[in-house]
Write a protein that binds this ligand. Structure first.
Ligand code: NAD
Ligand code: DAU
Length: 349
C-alpha cells in the first residue's frame, strides 16, 4: 500500500486534496498531518474519519522530533505539501510565523524525506504546492509562465518563494524527486472567512460593510478549488520529476467587478432587491505592497495533460455561495471559535 503524507489537509485546499486522494485511491494510505492552526478545521473533513485508508495526525511541521517519529513509523513514499500560513494580511503583521512554517517547516520535511530514503528517490515524490504570488505583480498585460523570474512582494510570497527554492535546491543537490505547482487564487467551499470571497459572503449575510482595498482595481485569476485538487492529482501521477507547473483559471477579475458579481448573485439568492448588497461596499485603506495583477499562463499543464478548469466561474461562484448558505453552522462555529473544540471531542481527549 503506497503511503502518502499530505500536510495541511484540514485547511481549505488541503481538505479537498485529502478527500480526492482518500476516496479515489483506496489502495493508498493517506496520512493528514496538520497543526490545526486557526485555519485548520476538522469539520472540513469529518466525512473521511471512517475511511480505513485515512489517518489524521495532529502535529506541527516545525516539530522535528514528531516528524522523525512519523517518518520512521509510516515510511512515506510521497508527500503532498500544502501546510502553510496562507493569508497575505497576516504575513504583514507577523512575518516570522510565515518564515517558521513556510520556510523552516518545508526544510524540515525535505530533510526527513531525504533521510528516510537515503537519497534514493526512485518511485518517490515530494510534491510542493505553491502560489502564483512568488512571481510578483503584473501590469495590465502579460502572464506568468513557468519561466517568469521570482519577484515576491509580501512576507507571505517571499516565504513561499523561499520554500520553492529549497525544494528545487534539494533536487539539484540531493537528487530529490520533486514537482512544484504554482496556482492562482482558489475559491469554493471551506475557505476560511478572512479571504475575500468568504469574508464578503459572510458580511452580506450579516449586513456588514464590504471592505474593498484601495480603488478595487486589483486583478486576480480565480480557479475553483476542486479543479486545483484535480490538477494536483494529475501532476502527482505524472512522471514530470523536477518540473514546475503553473495552474490557473484563465479567469481574470478586477476585485470590484468580482465583488459586484457576488453581490448580484447574493441579492438573487437571498431575495433581496437588486443593488441592496452592493450598497454595503466601502473603499478602505489599501493593503501595503498590494500586487496589482496576477494572471497565469497555464498552457504547459494544458498541453501536457489536457487539464483545464471544469467549472465555469459564474456557476462556481453560485455553487460557492450555495455551499456557505447551506453551511451557516460551519461559519458560525468559526466565528464563535467552537470549531477548535472538534479535535478534543472527536479524539476523546
Ligand atoms: P489554509 O490557510 O486554508 O490552510 C493551511 C493549513 O495548514 C491549515 O489546516 C493549518 O492548520 C495548516 N498548518 C499551518 N501551519 C502548520 C504547521 N506549522 N504544521 C502543520 N500544519 C500547519 O491554506 P490554503 O488556502 O488551503 O492553502 C494551502 C496551500 O496552497 C498553501 O501552501 C498555500 O500557499 C497554497 N496556495 C493557496 C492558494 C489559495 O488561493 N488559497 C492559491 C495557491 C496556492
Ligand atoms: O494568488 C494566490 C494567492 O491567493 C494564495 O497564494 C494566497 O494564499 C491566497 O490568500 C490568495 O491571496 P490574495 O491576497 O490574492 O487573496 P485575498 O482573498 O486575501 O485577497 C484577494 C484580493 O482582494 C486582493 O487583491 C486583496 C483584496 N481584498 C481582500 C480582502 C480580504 C479586499 O479588497 N478586501 C478584503 O477584505
Amino acid at each position: 500500500m503506497k503511503s502518502i503524507l499530505i500536510t495541511g489537509g484540514a485547511g481549505f485546499i488541503g481538505s479537498h486534496v485529502v478527500r480526492l486522494f482518500a476516496k479515489k485511491y483506496p489502495h493508498y494510505k493517506i496520512f493528514n498531518l496538520d497543526k490545526l492552526t486557526y485555519a485548520g478545521n476538522l469539520e472540513n473533513i469529518s466525512d473521511l474519519e471512517s475511511l480505513k485508508n485515512y489517518k489524521f495526525i495532529k502535529g506541527d511541521i516545525c516539530d522535528v522530533q514528531l516528524l522523525e517519529k512519523i517518518f520512521i513509523k509510516y515510511k512515506f513514499d510521497s508527500i503532498i505539501h500544502l501546510a502553510a500560513e496562507s493569508h497575505v494580511d497576516r504575513s504583514i503583521t507577523n512575518p516570522l510565523e510565515f518564515v517558521n512554517t513556510n520556510v523552516i517547516g518545508t526544510v524540515n520535511l525535505l530533510n526527513q524525506f531525504k533521510e528516510l530514503h537515503q537519497r534514493n528517490f526512485n518511485g518517490k515524490l515530494f510534491y510542493h504546492v505553491s502560489t502564483d504570488e512568488v512571481y510578483g505583480s503584473l501590469e495590465d498585460t502579460g502572464f506568468f509562465t513557468e519561466k517568469t523570474s521570482y519577484d515576491p512582494n509580501s512576507p507571505y510570497s517571499a516565504s513561499k518563494a523561499s520554500s520553492d527554492h529549497f525544494v528545487r535546491a534539494y533536487g539539484e543537490t540531493y537528487g530529490l524527486a520533486y514537482i512544484i505547482s504554482n496556482c492562482s487564487n482558489n475559491y469554493g467551499p471551506n475557505q476560511f472567512p478572512e479571504k475575500l470571497l468568504p469574508l464578503f459572503i459572510n458580511n452580506v449575510l450579516n449586513n456588514k460593510p464590504l471592505p474593498v482595498y484601495g480603488d478595487g482595481n486589483y486583478t486576480r485569476d480565480w480557479l475553483y478549488v476542486k479543479d486545483h485538487a484535480e490538477a494536483i492529482n494529475i501532476l502527482f501521477h505524472s512522471n514530470k520529476i523536477g518540473h514546475t507547473y503553473n495552474i490557473g483559471g484563465f479567469n481574470e477579475w478586477k476585485n470590484i467587478d468580482l465583488v459586484k458579481e457576488l453581490c448580484f448573485q447574493m441579492d438573487k439568492k437571498l431575495g433581496k432587491k437588486d443593488g441592496e448588497s452592493e450598497a454595503l461596499i466601502e473603499f478602505v485603506k489599501d493593503r501595503p505592497g498590494h500586487d496589482l495583477r496576477y494572471a497565469i499562463d497555464a498552457s504547459k499543464i494544458n498541453n501536457d495533460f489536457g487539464w483545464e478548469p471544469s467549472v465555469d466561474f459564474k456557476n462556481g461562484l453560485g455553487l460557492t455561495i450555495d455551499w456557505y448558505l447551506a453551511n451557516i453552522r460551519w461559519l458560525e462555529n468559526i466565528k464563535s471559535g467552537k470549531y477548535t473544540e472538534y479535535y478534543n471531542k472527536h479524539y476523546n481527549l
